[in-house]
Design a protein around this ligand. Structure first.
Ligand code: NAD
Ligand code: LMR
Length: 329
């Protein structure tokens, strides 16, 4: 039995993400939780002829508890999206409280689950979830993931538009965090190998770092990326299920994680990024979640400079997330 819960299931991301999860035949129960409309979304998806039984929950009648109980995997796209002119950090005021309350529910009712955090600002919401779980003494660093898959999906797409390569085949590691200058694409490590001019690298790097802004601007006040994010979230969730349910080894996905999840390399990884507790890396998944956090490897001088810019901004976002949880809980 593989139960997956989506928290924020009626939203712009939540609905297409729930659809894609309903199509994943590894899932036997899909629990949709939101403060509005979740029973309707569940009724609609429930007519699709795949194995997952779909249930919808609202806050009334212990809806969060019922959605979370026995969940193997929880995906959180709950929270407000950006409008033009806003940074992801501008969402902190509202989304921090939403994520903190949902994390409290997870600590109480599904402390063993894998948790995938989509809600922005991811650089801060992941530390919020971790601090709540720590407070309840149920924190397992191998099971908590900030979803940065959209950054690598964009890196594959945008770099392929320049090189002409097949975007399905192209992989570009993206490290750091998930906001503007904290998004650090490592185009020197693109696979299959590809060489770009200095100007192409600078333009591509900027486009990957600010890909979210492209969508926010184009949607013109109607929100941010939803459909590409749903695909990114479903891909990441599918990889977690492949590794933790089916036992498939060697799956690598990027994610913003707590570096202590890798006991062997954690201290070294931390010192390589100025002592940060959280960082996005390529992660090798295993039957218990994070099996290994991959190192950054050889990078160019340009990429080193990008990292130097990312680290202080990430530090502030991490502190903000962790501190707020402590004072407000
Ligand atoms: P949306 O407004 O369309 O949907 C959000 C949903 O969350 C709504 O249905 C709302 O009712 C629900 N919600 C609000 N408070 C809730 C609560 N306490 N419990 C449960 N549900 C609650 O927004 P969206 O476009 O789906 O974006 C959601 C979040 O995802 C935003 O914060 C956005 O910035 C973020 N996002 C992250 C990435 C990423 O790469 N990590 C990409 C795109 C968007
Ligand atoms: C994205 O990268 O598309 C998301 O983080 C949403 C946003 O606010 O840009």
């Amino acid at each position: 039995m593989v139960k997956v819960a989506v928290l924020g299931a009626s939203g712009g991301i939540g609905q297409p993400l729930s659809l894609l999860l309903k199509l994943n035949e590894c899932v036997t129960e899909l629990a949709l939780y939101d403060i509005v409309n979740s029973p309707g979304v569940a009724a609609d998806l429930g007519h699709i002829n795949t194995p997952a039984r779909v249930t919808g929950y609202l806050p009334a009648d212990e809806g969060l508890k019922r959605a979370l109980t026995n969940a193997h995997l929880i995906v959180i796209p709950a929270g407000v999206p950006r409008k033009p002119g806003m940074t992801r950090d501008d969402l902190f005021k509202i989304n921090a409280g939403i994520v903190r309350d949902l994390a409290t529910g997870i600590a109480q009712h599904a402390s063993n689950a894998y948790v995938l955090i989509i809600s922005n600002p991811v650089n801060s919401t992941v530390p919020i979830v971790v601090e709540v779980l720590k407070k309840h003494c149920v924190f397992n660093p191998k099971k908590i993931f900030g979803v940065t898959t959209l950054d690598v999906i964009r890196a594959s797409t945008f770099s392929s538009e320049v090189s002409g390569a097949d975007p399905c085949e192209v992989r570009v590691p993206v490290v750091g965090g998930h906001s503007g200058p904290t998004i650090v694409p490592l185009l020197s490590q693109i696979s299959p190998p590809q060489s770009f001019s200095k100007e192409q690298i600078e333009k591509l790097t900027h486009r990957i770092q600010y890909g979210g802004d492209e969508v926010v601007k184009a949607k013109d006040g109607a929100g941010s990326a939803t459909l590409s994010m749903a695909q990114a979230g479903a891909r990441f969730a599918a990889s977690i299920l492949e590794a933790t349910v089916k036992g498939k080894a060697g799956i690598i996905e990027p994610s913003y994680v707590c570096l202590e999840a890798d006991k062997d390399r954690g201290a070294h990884l931390k010192s390589a990024v100025g002592g940060l507790e959280y960082f996005s890396h390529n992660i090798e998944l295993g039957p218990e979640g994070i099996h290994k956090i991959c190192e950054i490897g050889d990078i160019t001088e340009y990429e080193k400079k990008l990292l130097e810019t990312a680290i202080p901004e990430l530090k502030l976002s991490i502190e903000k997330g962790a501190k707020t949880t402590i004072t407000n809980c």
